[in-house]
Each structure stands twice: as structure tokens, then as C-alpha cells.
Design a protein around this ligand. Structure first.
Ligand code: CUA
Length: 159
């Protein structure tokens, strides 16, 4: 015996299915045609070259035209460098990439929270008004020692 579905209910079922298909198609289209990726993923990079040359081969803090730039590598299961020292009251740009798997870069208690995908450089800029210490954690499950993957950000009083 066939289940009776009211005509209007059937219309709504088709309409809601249609909307889902439309939204899914929009995601696939923008990803494929517009090569859309998360807004913090500013550049692409060859993950096999990350540790070989360039800024991520010798990660650390540098300054360029008054800006502080922190280049970082997130890899199983460590951030390089593990301890970062930057001055208070100066905009700091974090640039981070991964040579292996997906990681996260979250400075706890701030709104710096990046997804670190191999193949992309993720970037965020923040200013820390007061000296202090922040915990950095990886918030994407990246393997057995994921929970041990953390770093420290030390904000120093400007000299
Ligand atoms: Cu790296 Cu979790």
C-alpha cells in the first residue's frame, strides 16, 4: 500500500530538497571555478618545500617597515618556534603553514584562530596592548600527540 503524502507537503519536500541542491551547487561552483579558499589562506605554497627554503625554513620573528612578522611552521606535533616574543602595542602579523597535515593555530584568549592547511599560508594580524603571556594551541585533530601540540606567546614591554 502506497503511503499517502498530501500534495502541499510533497511540494514543500521538493522545494526544500531543491534549495539544498542549489546551495551545495553554489559551494562546489565557487570552490572549483573561483578557487575559493578560507579568507585567512593568503597564499599557496608547496608543502614539500616548506622546511627547505624561504621564510618557513628558518621560522621566527622579523621586522619589515615597522611591522612585526612572525613566520611559523605547524607540524606534527610542534609549533616552530615554540616560544614567540613580540613587543606590546605593535601590530604583529602571524604567517603560518604546515609541511604535513591539517593543524590549527589558536592564541587562547584572543581572536587569532587560524586553520593551517598544507599548501596554504594562513595569516592574521593582531596587536597586544599589554605585556603578558598567551598559550597557543593546535585546535585541529592532527594525530596521536595532537593534545601535546602547543606554544607560548610572550608579549614584552616595548623598549
Ligand atoms: Cu596539530 Cu593538532
Amino acid at each position: 500500500m502506497a503511503v499517502h503524502i498530501d500534495r502541499y507537503e510533497r511540494y514543500w519536500m521538493w522545494a526544500s530538497t531543491g534549495i539544498l541542491v542549489l546551495f551545495l551547487a553554489a559551494i562546489v561552483l565557487t570552490a572549483a571555478v573561483g578557487s575559493a579558499h578560507p579568507p585567512s589562506h593568503v597564499e599557496t605554497i608547496d608543502p614539500e618545500q616548506v622546511g627547505v627554503h624561504g621564510e618557513f625554513a628558518s621560522p621566527g620573528v622579523s621586522t619589515a617597515d615597522g611591522r612585526v612578522i612572525v613566520s611559523l611552521r605547524a607540524e606534527m606535533y610542534v609549533f616552530r618556534p615554540e616560544v614567540i616574543r613580540v613587543p606590546a602595542g605593535t601590530p604583529v602579523t602571524f604567517r603560518i603553514t604546515s609541511p604535513d597535515v591539517l593543524h590549527g593555530f589558536q592564541i587562547v584568549g584572543t581572536n587569532v584562530n587560524l586553520t593551517v592547511a598544507p599548501g596554504y599560508v594562513s595569516e592574521a594580524t593582531a596587536t597586544f596592548p599589554r605585556p603578558g603571556e598567551y598559550l597557543i594551541v593546535c585546535n585541529e585533530y592532527c594525530g596521536l600527540a595532537h593534545h601535546l601540540m602547543q606554544g607560548k606567546l610572550i608579549i614584552e614591554a616595548p623598549r
